[in-house]
Design a protein around this ligand. Structure first.
Ligand code: HSE
Length: 334
């Protein structure tokens, strides 16, 4: 195995904070990416980050202990400014408590650059941007994976369940497998560099909390066998850089048959994507966004355009995004 693969697959251990607890900077501006969770067959265990869209947090150190949120943009007034109710401040507070610096004063500006409830890990992108901002201000040079438990607290607050398949790729970048939740065991996966992702967000409301409630709790053994064959096939395809194997493994017999009912013309959109060169097509996270993998940028752009035209004919507005897989995760932009 090449050194590169060994690096990717080393399961990052959680490391205790060994910094001084001193603040190394007074302000920072961070971007964190949107993510596609589940990747069709891997409900709650697979996800990857994209280059766009993403959310931004500006964090400033203040004189008064405690966290304030002075501004949120791009949310149409839907997100709480109350720091006890906002996922960004709550997860940052958990982080500060964990390093014994609950006394620090912080002000947060959150700039939403993607629709809320889109199935693109909107709350995760905000939470991860906030956590990466405080990590930077504290000069905490541990692997970002150490922020994952705090990010999961934010996810639990946002939709009632602390799944990691959005927050882990938003934090680490790339393709990520949640091998286990108890104990938390996260594996970075390789992926073909020339895999493109076409995302379409149909402007209908599908809250994750509700999209989780409609899923069946019990499944048939026959369906389980199909599903774990597909998950293993997808992970093998990622390692082997085999885009055909990736494509034929992305079939979901457990969740998609139920959740597709919440998405306008889901099966027609799949037909459009697949007949225009997609490698695979499915629901992004809990929807309503859908995504397709393609082998090149132009095919991804053609598919988003055709899907958008179809939705427009149904009088449904939409946003589209075309991206490769984002290996960088969050980054300081100012
Ligand atoms: N795995 C989660 C779900 C992702 O499908 O509910 C939510 O975006």
């Amino acid at each position: 195995m090449s050194n590169e693969l060994q690096d990717i697959n080393t399961n990052s251990a959680f490391t205790p904070f060994r910094g001084t607890g001193g603040i190394v900077d007074n302000a920072v501006h961070v971007f964190a990416p949107a993510t596609v969770a589940n990747v069709v067959c891997g409900f709650d265990v697979l996800g990857f980050a994209v280059n766009e869209p993403g959310d931004e947090v500006i964090m400033r150190v203040t004189d008064k202990p405690g966290i304030t949120i002075s501004k949120i943009t791009g949310d149409d007034g839907r997100l709480p400014l109350d720091p006890a109710k906002n996922t960004v401040s709550v997860s940052v507070q958990h982080y500060l408590n964990s390093i014994g610096r609950a006394d620090i004063g912080l002000d947060i500006e959150l700039h939403k650059k993607m629709p809320i409830g889109s199935g693109l890990g909107s709350s995760s992108a905000s939470t991860v941007a906030g956590l990466y901002a405080i990590k930077t201000l504290m000069g905490d040079d541990r692997d970002p994976i150490n922020l994952l438990p705090f990010a999961m607290k934010g996810e639990e607050m946002a939709c009632g369940h602390g799944h990691a398949d959005n927050v882990a790729p938003a934090l680490l970048g790339g393709f990520v497998l949640i091998r286990s939740y108890e104990p938390l065991d996260v594996v970075r996966l390789p992926h073909p560099k020339d895999l493109w992702c076409a995302v379409v967000f149909p402007d209908v409301d599908v809250p994750t909390r509700e999209a989780r409630q409609i899923i069946r709790n019990k499944i048939a053994m026959k369906d389980a066998v199909t599903q774990w064959g597909n998950i293993a096939g997808l992970v093998s395809g990622l390692f082997m850089q085999d885009i055909d194997l990736i494509g034929r493994s992305m079939q979901d017999v457990l969740v998609e048959p139920v959740r597709s009912m919440l998405i306008p013309d889901f099966y027609k959109m799949r037909e459009i994507a697949m007949s225009n060169g997609a490698v695979s097509f499915g629901i992004s996270g809990s929807g309503p966004s859908v995504f397709a993998f393609t082998r090149d940028e132009q095919t991804a752009r053609d598919i988003t355009q055709k899907l958008q035209q179809h939705l427009t004919a149904l009088k449904i507005g939409s946003n589209t995004y075309v991206s490769t897989i984002n290996d960088a995760g969050p980054r300081v932009i100012g």
